[in-house]
Design a protein around this ligand. Structure first.
Ligand code: SAH
Ligand code: F3S
Length: 481
């Protein structure tokens, strides 16, 4: 059950709980990773206090914000196209202001204001609290920009406005930035150094979500397993912390446990894990708590030791296998998913074969697979030539996708004739008579509605499946209800 994420299809128009008395209209859309969607909820919260309610109609908007992604060139092209569309609307409604948020804002900075005349406002991922000042400047007729990255900002004190939510599952951000410096990746440049959020503010958010009826949270970070709270500050400065701070520091397994215990009836997920940082402690904590979902997204990017090294991924293929063996031993029911990159600079046919054989060892449940896209300013761009021909990248990607399809089909078949627990999230897209929800393993399941409702935990007997979806019949509420 492979999923090829394509940012171009991910733009979502967000709708916010309307606040009485607010008269200005905000149109906000997000591209890219879950962190961007979570950030837009923070931005919506800040703007709600400034008198903005959201609108679904671009034409009606006083302010248009686009939260952008820089991870691959294609993602940036999509945003450029959206700007053209906003431009057309602005010709009819000249008072409309346009702002660019997120990773492209950070990467291109003032260049955006020069290149795209339509843009009035450029705000990087750590500067959203400055929006009131920046908007005041824009209202005075000046372009405004803040792309300062921060050592401290985690937005821990802002209650996100849940946008476009199904009321069942919510994103909770726990770290910002990334210190890993994978050579292909632009994120450390656009989102800055890694810092973690105060665990108390995380637990408070989890408790608030439960009180509002939410049943599942996903703890979010570029690299969640390296979560580390020692009283604030950058992760890289931890060595300079006092003995007291070191002794009382909260690491990811402890945070996971705190969340699982805070709301034992609530499902807890997390994403993403870099294999080099996922410890046995995390796997044991997952085992200890039924409400921690049994799914690990464990991007590997390549199966070749040489390429892993070139990518600055700090583990070998053999160490990855060892980790997979440990997961399978300690958590036999756990699903595992991947991210893969085809055609990284210098990748040979043998390196590609190593990727395929790594996949054959793991047999992932699903994955997100991409062609290498050179990103300006990254180590790979500076040190290596983007020398794998486009056709070869494409062909290798197709082979990876095909193999994933086969593995996904084998894996999903294993659930047929078993009972799984499903949290109902929404109506099935294919039938208004069916519910759709996810298993603990993050696999979608559909089944007849009967008298169940959104937010129920239901035991479902699986009778059949497609390549990505389980099909079954509810047999009753599960233990969670
Ligand atoms: N740690 C992050 C990873 C961010 S990027 C997370 O939380 O998901 C998501 C995926 O995009 C990466 O795992 C990688 O497979 C892919 N990716 C990143 N940079 C890329 C590039 N330059 N070209 C192609 N794919 C890339
Ligand atoms: Fe990017 Fe590697 Fe961090 S993929 S987000 S630098 S873990």
């Amino acid at each position: 059950m492979e999923k090829i994420i394509d940012e171009t299809k991910q733009g979502e128009h967000l709708v916010l709980d309307q606040k009485k008395g607010n008269s200005r209209k905000l149109f906000i859309e997000s591209y890219g990773c879950a962190m961007n969607f979570s950030d837009s909820e923070i931005v919506a919260s800040i703007l709600s206090d400034l008198g903005y309610n959201t609108t679904k109609s671009l034409e009606d908007a006083d302010l248009v914000l686009v939260n952008t992604c820089s991870i691959r060139d294609k993602a940036e092209q999509t945003v450029r196209k959206r700007l053209e569309k906003y431009n057309a609307v602005k010709r009819i409604n000249p008072k409309m202001k346009v702002g660019v948020l997120g990773c492209m804002a950070e990467r291109l900075k003032t260049k955006f204001l020069e290149e795209e005349k339509i843009v009035d406002l450029v705000v990087g991922p750590d500067a959203y609290k400055d929006l009131p000042n920046l908007l005041a400047e824009v209202e005075d007729g000046r372009d405004a920009i803040n792309v300062m990255l921060s050592k401290e900002e985690t937005y821990g004190d802002i209650a996100p406005v849940r946008l476009q939510s199904n009321g069942v599952s919510a994103l909770v951000s726990i770290t910002r930035g990334c210190d890993n410096m994978c050579t292909f990746c632009v994120v450390p440049f656009t989102r800055g150094r890694e810092r973690s959020r105060d665990p108390q503010s995380i637990i408070k958010e989890v408790n608030d979500l439960w009180a509002k009826g939410y049943k599942e949270i996903t703890l979010l970070g570029q690299n969640v397993d390296s979560y580390l709270w020692y009283g604030g500050g950058l992760k890289k400065d931890f060595l300079k912390a006092s003995e007291m701070q070191k002794a009382t520091a909260v690491h990811f397994p402890q945070l996971l446990e705190m969340c699982a215990k805070a709301q034992p009836q609530m499902r807890v997920r997390f994403s993403t894990s870099n294999p080099q940082d996922l410890t046995l402690d995390v796997i044991h904590t997952m085992r200890k708590f039924d409400n921690i979902c049994k799914h690990i997204h464990l991007p590997v990017q390549s199966g070749s030791n040489r390429i892993l090294k070139e990518m600055n991924r700090l583990h070998t293929r053999e160490e990855y296998f060892h980790l997979i063996d440990n997961i399978r031993r300690i958590l036999p029911e756990c699903s595992i998913s991947q991210d893969m990159i085809s055609g990284f600079p210098t990748e040979t046919e043998q390196d590609h074969q190593d990727t395929l054989s790594l996949m054959a060892y793991v047999k992932y449940n699903f994955g997100f697979m991409y062609k290498y896209s050179e990103r300006p300013g990254t180590m790979a761009e500076r040190k290596l030539e983007d020398d794998v021909p486009e056709d070869t990248k494409k062909r290798r990607l197709a082979e990876i996708v095909q193999l994933q399809r086969e593995h996904g089909a084998i894996q999903i078949q294993k659930y047929v004739n078993t009972e799984v627990e499903v949290l109902i999230e929404r109506e099935s897209k294919k039938s208004s008579e069916q519910w759709s929800g996810k298993t603990s393993q993050n696999i979608v399941a559909v089944f007849p509605k009967e008298t169940y409702k959104v937010g129920d935990f239901v035991t479902v007997k699986i009778n059949d499946c497609t390549s990505a979806t389980l099909i079954g019949q509810a047999t009753g509420y599960s233990n969670y209800n």
